[in-house]
Design a protein around this ligand. Structure first.
Ligand code: ADP
Ligand code: MG
Ligand code: MG
Length: 256
């Protein structure tokens, strides 16, 4: 079992004149075998949390820690965090010129394996084939440059293909449902659910409860104003959908 712990995390960003604190003491512990969801209004720091866990240098940790299996990862660059088993599917995936999707996938898989145990071409293609058909994707997608000219829906599917191929310990999925039609949403959910098990954990960031009908979370957290203000089970997401964030603010006595 692997554990990801976020402890009293404070994160600031530098703006033109001043630094602004975005995360104001986030606490979260998750184990492999669990799916956690983070919901919350726009601009409350959900993406900031996932970017900070993954190691984006734009986000400055001013207090607190992020631990993977008890070891602080804050000093590690992004690629090292990825080798240790973290994966981030971003709200806006980047395009990379000159690297095909397949090349990228093989390199990413091999980066997580020892030098003397790299994946064979045959094994790679077999695994790729299996996952392409699970996601209802064409083989041609893998010969194209990474994300270049992909539609929004194709990018999202491709992120899930990466997830299935790389098989991280923890996947941070930031609004993978945004811009997806219902068919694509089902395909993406099928992909994530296929990884569910003792060796996989996921933190799913979403605005909408809809995704959580397909990927049922073990724990739901609500983030507001840079803090997790409430945690509960899957019913919490349903309650939020009905009553909105305003209802929860009232209940918790938070200022608007
Ligand atoms: P959420 O994902 O919950 O919508 P974000 O984490 O994206 O929220 O943003 C939280 C706040 O931090 C917002 O006010 C946003 O404008 C600001 N912010 C996030 N990332 C950056 C950045 N790289 N540069 C400047 N401001 C940022
Ligand atoms: Mg947002
Ligand atoms: Mg966001």
């Amino acid at each position: 079992m692997a554990t990801l712990e976020v402890k009293d995390l404070h994160v600031s960003i530098k703006e033109e004149k001043e630094t602004r604190e975005i995360l104001k003491g986030v606490n979260l512990t998750m184990n492999t075998g669990e799916i956690h969801a983070i919901m919350g209004p726009n601009g409350t720091g959900k993406s900031t949390l996932s970017q900070t866990i993954m190691g984006n240098g734009a986000y400055h940790v001013t207090q607190g820690d992020v631990l993977l299996n008890g070891e602080s990862i804050l000093g590690m660059p992004v690629d090292e965090r990825a080798r240790k088993g973290l994966f981030l599917a971003m709200q806006y995936p980047a395009e990379i010129q000159g690297v095909t999707n397949a090349e990228f996938l093989r390199a990413a898989i091999n980066a997580r394996r020892p030098e003397d145990d790299q994946i064979s071409v045959m094994a790679f293609l077999k695994e790729l084939d299996k996952n392409l058909s699970l996601l209802d994707m064409s083989e041609q997608m893998t010969e194209r440059y990474l994300n270049e000219g992909f539609s929004g829906g194709e990018k999202k599917r491709n992120e899930i293909l990466q997830l299935l191929m790389i098989k991280p310990s923890f996947a941070l999925l930031d609004e993978i449902d945004s811009g997806l039609d219902i068919d694509a949403l089902q395909v993406v959910s099928k992909g994530v659910n296929s990884l569910r098990g003792d060796n996989f954990g996921s933190l799913i960031i979403t605005h909408y409860q809809r995704l959580l009908n397909y990927i049922v979370p073990d724990v739901v957290h609500v983030m507001m104003d840079g803090r997790i203000v409430k945690s509960g089970d899957a019913d919490l997401a349903k309650k939020l959908e009905k009553e909105g964030y305003a209802g929860l603010r009232d209940e918790l006595g938070l200022k608007v």
